[in-house]
Design a protein around this ligand. Structure first.
Ligand SMILES: Cc1cc2nc3c(=O)[nH]c(=O)nc-3n(C[C@H](O)[C@H](O)[C@H](O)COP(=O)(O)OP(=O)(O)OC[C@H]3O[C@@H](n4cnc5c(N)ncnc54)[C@H](O)[C@@H]3O)c2cc1C
Length: 806
């Protein structure tokens, strides 16, 4: 075994071998070593059914699956090893209107990726799958190119490919510890000797949490027992000369596919049963676990209902095996914060399907520093420190049985909540808040009228929150509202090198005067959006930076990785020390003036500046800035004084009718103002010059991504952010809707919703620059239906910013 390598991959399941194969193939060749404690496929991979689908709930997740299928189809030619790939097609059924809406969402999104997918009627389903009882079905989607693969053959083919390109695969070699060396390299210790390397990839599947512990990390991944049943020979299947399509009946929590002369029924059981919740034993390998027949009895009945032939057929084998699950069922991929050159590729519940794509994209990410596509949905940093073992334990018990439940854009499930709360949480509850869960924080989405149920009805259409959100937006527009954004990520950057360092981090010029603040997008080396900060200069070489709460771990990891080693820049995380309440609306200054001992007049507290002032008894850092486009103030304060501050503001605000408002109103108002949102308009696929924040790019200084951005500028931009007003009736655009002109797809939305102050349905999206011109007539596809849309000047609301600057 080698003692030095560029990359060490831990784990010889489908994922680890695919990562090793791609790293070797893309150029690291013999500098890649894979370590497997047993034989290849000794974890979940050994038990998998091997169903492979283009379907994924997210736009980028779908692209991972697309890449996988492309790879699977050519692997045999490249390696000589058959993967057992069959193209069978697959059907996803719907037996209710909400499910049809959900399928409509997937249909529109899939079309944006050029996928071959179409609606099928119950009659057509019966034609495609004659053994199916289509009673009660309203319709479904059909992907003709879906299929299945043999997980073991696939992994062996990837292994042959990896070896072909020079990678060393060491079986029966167990990783026992990992140390960081003073050189910055990793020392991976095994029972066969040690390896020094630059990059480590944790692809240890069921054991990934244990491997993470070796470097001091806790990751939210737990093993759940998953069952599928192989039936005895079925003549009607045996006699066919074409493959039956795989059928997923999500409303009955089952899937069914052909296996040789019979069928396999798979299921998401009534109760998610955790297997070895405190850690999978190291010596477990290639062993089935005892199925719990009581737990699958309902699913078996559902199977017999949808496929009556199963009622006359005996079981040949019942397989139960452990699958890893994360709180939302998506894997944990990419850089492992706060470490350098350590990556996760674990937490997979559909790891056969995703193995090819994730091997490709992660290898590129490791080798080039940035992923080819935005993988935020799978990024391990989407979970903060709140997502510990106990949290995951509760979340998964809820997630697993509902794996096939309808995905709504506005469903806030109760498991593992409340977790993180603002000090004023009880006051928000008393005011009848309907809460959402953002990065573990409870945050009011809207406030229901007194006496009304706060439960929001999940839906792809306008729901019971609509009128309440409208009332909140109107109230903020006419009077004054208070929004809790305590969850903002807050970082203090100080030290003699602070200004120069920050200037390199953002394309914006860092404020040079105390009390100035600047919207400061940050780019990656390719010139694309990395993150977005508000930077306030509090003193010379002392800055207060605010970023999105959900991006906290991502952003701070990126900052840490860029810190100079000489100690000239100091980073302090203030997120949990400081809360933030936003006061917004035409009366906000009057409220603040009454509560504050300091002068907050327009003359002494100008728009886009920051001040340290007393609000009541509380010394606060106040930014005259906000995300809703009204006169307003972001009031940062010591967490322990939030209740005091809140009471003071509400007391003096009573005469101005100060009321709390929630996230949904904020989202509605930001759309009207054309304010960009991280991971919607601002992601790996866009840069400032395509948007309305091109003015933040300061070409007369150096910054990360400048050279690449300059090239894009010189080449001319190919897409531009547009604001569209959509003729929607009861469902507004939501993001990843196709944008069409004369029947041709010309773009995709980044976000959408209803703008209550302007009373219009709004979509933001990227189209060719010549189409991003006010007056251009387009169509936006919502839940599978085309809706007329027109490009309008951005922003729709208060275009001269007179309200903000009032
Ligand atoms: C019953 C069942 C049905 C399934 N059906 C499907 C399906 O139809 N489609 C689909 O896409 N997915 C399916 N899955 C899920 C799929 O099997 C997993 O998502 C996938 O196999 C995960 O692969 P992996 O490489 O991440 O992990 P694993 O397969 O668990 O591999 C991890 C490897 O790491 C090794 N390892 C761990 N620790 C160390 C260490 N310290 N040193 C060295 N080596 C180590 C282990 O020995 C193991 O070989 C199914 C799973 C089950 C159980």
């Amino acid at each position: 075994m080698k003692t030095n390598a560029r990359a060490v991959v831990i784990g010889g399941g489908a994922i680890g071998v695919s990562v090793a194969y791609h790293l070797a193939k893309y150029g690291w060749g013999s500098d890649v070593v894979l370590l497997e404690k047993h034989e290849l496929t000794s974890g979940s991979t050994w038990m998998a059914a091997g169903n492979v689908s283009f379907f994924h709930s997210s736009f980028y997740g779908t692209q991972v699956n697309m890449k996988s299928i492309e790879i699977f189809k050519q692997l045999e030619k490249e390696t000589g090893q058959n993967t057992g790939w069959h193209t069978t097609g697959s059907i996803r059924t719907a037996d209710n209107k909400n499910r049809m809406d959900e399928l409509g969402y997937f249909y529109s999104m899939s079309k944006c990726l050029g996928l071959d997918v179409d609606w099928v009627t119950p009659e057509k389903m019966k034609e495609l799958h004659p053994l199916m009882n289509t009673e009660g079905l309203l319709g479904g989607l059909y992907w003709p190119d879906d299929g299945d693969v043999d997980p073991n053959s696939l992994t062996q083919a990837l292994a042959m490919g990896a070896r072909k390109y020079g990678a060393e695969l060491n079986l029966h070699t167990m990783v026992t510890g990992i140390d960081k060396l003073p050189s910055g390299e990793w020392l991976v210790k095994t029972d066969k000797g040690d390896i020094t390397c630059e990059h480590v990839i944790n692809a240890a599947g069921l054991w990934a949490p244990e491997v993470a512990k070796m470097v001091g990390l806790e990751i939210p991944s737990i093993a759940i027992s998953h069952t599928h049943i192989l039936y005895e020979k079925i003549n009607a299947v045996d006699e066919r000369d074409t493959f039956l399509p795989l059928v997923r009946d999500p409303d009955r929590s089952i899937y069914l596919r052909q296996e040789m002369d019979s069928l396999i029924l798979g299921m998401y059981e009534k109760f998610g049963q955790q297997w070895k919740p405190k850690g999978v034993p190291w010596d477990y390998a290639q062993t089935e676990i005892n199925p719990d027949i009581d737990n699958i009895a309902d699913n078996i009945e559902h199977g017999m209902y949808r496929f009556p032939v199963l009622g006359d057929t005996g079981f040949k084998h019942v397989t139960a095996g452990p699958i890893t699950y994360t709180p939302n069922g998506d894997p944990l991929v990419g850089p492992a914060a706060p470490l350098k050159n350590f990556y996760h590729a674990c937490g997979y519940s559909f790891g056969i399907t995703q193995s090819g794509g994730i091997g490709h994209f992660l290898a590129g990410w490791i080798m080039n520093g940035e992923p080819e596509i935005d993988l935020w949905d799978m990024d391990s940093r989407r979970y903060g420190s709140h997502a510990n073992w106990a949290y995951n334990h509760e979340k998964i018990a809820d997630t697993y049985p509902r794996l096939y439940s309808i995905i709504y854009p506005n469903e806030w499930r109760d498991a593992a909540r409340p977790n993180r709360t603002s000090p004023i949480f009880e006051y928000q509850k008393a005011a009848n808040a309907s809460f959402g869960d953002y990065f573990g924080w409870e945050c009011p989405n809207y406030f229901a009228p007194e006496g009304e149920d706060t439960h929001e009805t999940p839906s792809w259409r306008r729901n019971n929150s609509f009128d309440n959100v409208k009332a909140e937006c109107k109230h903020v527009m006419e009077k004054v509202g208070l929004l809790d954004l305590t969850r903002f990520a807050k970082t203090r950057i100080s030290g003699p090198g602070a200004e120069a360092w920050l200037n390199n981090l953002t394309c914006q010029k860092v404020p040079t005067k105390d009390g100035a603040l600047a919207l400061s997008p940050c780019l990656d080396p390719d010139g694309m959006f990395k993150t977005d900060m508000t930077v306030s200069r509090t003193a010379k070489n002392d800055y207060f930076c605010v970023t999105a709460s959900v991006g906290k771990k991502h952003d701070q990891h990126w900052m840490v990785q860029n810190l100079p080693e000489d100690g000239s820049v100091v980073m302090e995380d203030l997120t949990y020390k400081m809360g933030c309440l936003i006061l917004a609306g035409p009366k906000s200054r009057e409220v603040l003036a009454k509560a504050s001992y300091d002068d907050v007049s327009n003359e002494s507290f100008k728009f886009s500046t920051t001040k340290e002032i007393y609000v009541g008894r509380v010394k606060c850092r106040v930014n005259r800035m906000n995300y809703v486009g009204e006169l307003g103030f972001e009031i940062f304060h010591p967490m322990e004084q939030q209740i005091s501050l809140y009471n003071q503001l509400m007391a003096v605000g009573a005469e101005f009718d100060l009321k709390m408002f929630g996230m949904y109103a904020m989202d509605s108002m930001r759309l009207e103002k054309g304010y960009l949102a991280w991971k919607c308009e601002m992601n790996r696929h866009h840069h400032p010059l395509e948007t309305n924040v091109g003015w933040t790019v300061k070409w007369d200084k150096e910054f990360i991504g400048k050279a690449a951005l300059l090239k894009k500028k010189e080449a001319g931009i190919t897409q531009k952010l547009a604001c569209m007003v959509v003729e929607a009736t009861d469902s507004d655009p939501y993001g990843y809707n196709g944008i069409y002109k004369d029947g041709e797809r010309v773009g995709i939305t980044s976000a959408g919703g209803y703008g209550h102050r302007v009373d219009k349905s709004i979509a933001l999206g990227y189209v060719a620059p010549e189409l991003a011109v006010p007056g251009t007539k387009l169509e936006v596809e919502i839940l599978g239906r085309m809706r007329a849309a027109e490009v309008v000047a951005m922003p729709l609301y208060d275009p001269k910013n007179e309200k903000m600057k009032a």
